[in-house]
Design a binder for this molecule. Structure first.
Ligand code: G
Ligand code: G
Ligand code: MN
Ligand code: NA
Length: 254
């Protein structure tokens, strides 16, 4: 089995699909959006994790056509869900640094929004801290152009990189996503809780929204809400699921 070869043909062979994971407001459990997550099922090898193939797609440049397919599919879905009760009104899409560095990235986003009829406000792009650090000035310009269109920008896996406060202040971003590695150890490690609390305070002082990833228990949800976190995502609220099966797991409010 040769992964690169298989990946090169995966898209045309219709082996990709997107799943959507609910994002909720902690205060009342209301659905506020969903994160689109790419899934690859190979006919003989079965499901292959994005953790395995995304790095390869980045190295080979295949992330460009794949990323475009993801963006188009997610925007088309967001457009279809507009105005439908119980369905996400906003969809978050992961974009890799290599995609964002394409000179025509903004043009592509404009084209896809127009083509699919997805309102810019219904799209959030998740970028990583490392992208912002590589070339801060270019990142500010790019994220500024997206923000000017009404597209929201979130920093994914926040806390695992090295963003400084002064530097974050200059970035046109709307949301910090607390990495799930912090959330999973909340009850076990006082230092981890201190980091999560610090990210929440940081977000609030910079007037950013903050979402906790990987929330699996009511205890975690209660702790996060008490500390002032706005939003949450995780198995407690729902697993990633195909668009046609999308439903919010009934959950006790924290
Ligand atoms: O859903 P899962 O835990 O398997 O995702 C693993 C990793 O793959 C996560 O870090 C996620 O951000 C990344 N990922 C999932 N879908 C996409 C995608 O469409 N594009 C990019 N660039 N990364 C993705
Ligand atoms: O890096 P990124 O945040 O994009 O990756 C999200 C990944 O986390 C997805 O692969 C998704 O399947 C996984 N995930 C989502 N919710 C939970 C959860 O509550 N617990 C665990 N262990 N993984 C989760
Ligand atoms: Mn993500
Ligand atoms: Na993450």
């Amino acid at each position: 089995f040769e992964l690169t070869h298989a990946l090169r043909h995966a898209n045309e062979a219709a082996q990709f699909r997107l799943e959507y994971q609910p994002q909720v407001r902690l205060s009342d459990g209301a659905l506020i959006g969903a994160e689109a997550l790419l899934r690859w099922r190979h006919p003989t090898r079965g499901p292959i994790s994005p953790a395995e193939f995304i790095p390869l797609a980045e190295d080979t440049g295949l992330i460009i056509p794949i990323g475009r397919w993801v963006l188009e599919t997610a925007c088309a879905q967001a457009a279809r869900w507009q105005g439908q009760p119980g369905k996400p009104q906003q969809v978050a899409v992961n974009v890799s640094a290599r995609q964002l560095r394409q000179p025509d990235f903004i043009e592509t986003v404009d084209f896809i929004l127009a083509e699919t009829g997805c309102p810019a406000q219904a799209l959030e792009l998740e970028v990583t801290e490392s992208l912002l650090l590589e070339d801060a000035e270019a990142a500010i310009e790019l994220l500024g152009a997206l923000t000017a269109r009404g597209v929201r920008v979130a920093i994914d896996d926040f806390g695992t990189g090295y963003s400084s406060l002064s530097y974050l202040r200059r970035m046109p971003v709307r949301t910090l996503k607390i990495d799930r590695s912090f959330v999973s150890e909340l009850g076990q490690d006082a230092h981890v809780a201190a980091i999560a609390r610090t990210v929440i305070v940081l977000a609030r002082s910079l007037n950013l929204d903050v979402l906790a990833e990987g929330v699996e228990t009511a205890e975690q949800a209660a702790w996060l809400q008490r500390e002032g976190c706005d939003w949450a995502q995780g198995w407690h609220y729902g697993r990633p699921m195909p668009a046609e099966d999308f439903v919010l797991t009934p959950h006790a409010l924290p």
